[in-house]
Design a protein around this ligand. Structure first.
Ligand code: PAN
Ligand code: ZN
Length: 185
C-alpha cells in the first residue's frame, strides 16, 4: 500500500513515491524563438515545475504515472512560458491532461507537423492521443496548474522536438494568444 494525497485545489502532491523537478530559464536554451532574449533574462527564473508519483520503474509496462505541472506566468519576448514538449518515446502511448488552476493552452503537433492548440481553464479535460507531441503554455498572469496521467512505459522523446521544433509557437499578438508559424530549423 502506498499513501499520498493530491490537493484538489492546487494539484500539489505529497506522500509516497513523489518526485519533484523544476526547469529554470538556464535549462531552456534554444527552446524559445528569441534565444537572445532568453539568454539576457535572469537565468534562475523558474519556468515550470513537475511533481509526479512514480510507484513503478520508468519503462515498466502496465503501470501509470500521475503528475502535476505548474507553469509560471511570464514570457520570453512575446512567447509565453511553456514546457519543452515531447513525443512519447513509445509513440502509441496516450496521456490525459486536465487544468486545475490558471489559464493556458495545450499545444499539440501530429507527426505530419500540424500544430494546433486547445484552450485550458479550470476543469478543461484534454486527451492527448498517441503519436502527438504536447507542450503546455501559460497565457495568464497566475500559475497554470495541470494534472496528468500517463503510462509508465511511455518515456519522453525530447530529441525529435529539438531537431524539428513545433511548427507553430504560441505568441502574444496584441494581447491575444495566437499560434504563429515557426521559423524552419
Ligand atoms: C508531463 C510533462 C510535464 C513537463 O508530465 O512531462 O508537463 O513537460 P516536459 O516533459 O515537456 O518538460 C507529461 O506530458 N508526461 O508525459
Ligand atoms: Zn507526455
Amino acid at each position: 500500500m502506498s499513501y499520498a494525497t493530491v490537493d484538489l485545489l492546487t494539484g500539489h502532491l505529497e506522500g509516497d513515491g513523489i518526485a519533484d523537478s523544476s526547469k529554470l530559464l538556464s535549462q531552456l536554451a534554444n527552446v524559445f524563438a528569441d534565444e537572445a532574449c532568453r539568454a539576457a533574462m535572469d537565468q534562475d527564473t523558474i519556468v515550470y515545475e513537475v511533481q509526479s508519483q512514480q510507484l513503478v520503474k520508468e519503462g515498466e509496462p502496465g503501470g501509470l504515472f500521475f503528475g502535476t505541472s505548474n507553469v509560471m506566468p511570464g514570457k520570453v519576448g512575446q512567447e509565453y512560458f511553456m514546457t519543452k514538449g515531447h513525443y512519447h518515446a513509445k509513440r502509441e502511448c496516450a496521456e490525459y491532461y486536465w487544468c486545475i488552476q490558471g489559464k493556458g493552452a495545450l499545444i499539440l503537433m501530429d507527426e505530419a507537423g500540424n500544430t494546433t492548440m486547445e484552450p485550458m481553464f479550470p476543469g478543461s479535460l484534454h486527451y492527448i492521443p498517441g503519436y502527438v507531441a504536447h507542450r503546455l503554455a501559460n497565457t495568464g498572469d497566475e500559475v497554470l496548474r495541470v494534472g496528468a496521467c500517463w503510462p509508465s512505459d511511455a518515456g519522453h522523446d525530447y530529441g525529435s522536438i529539438v531537431e524539428t521544433s513545433f511548427s507553430a509557437r504560441l505568441m502574444d499578438v496584441d494581447g491575444v494568444p495566437t499560434l504563429v508559424p515557426a521559423e524552419k530549423k
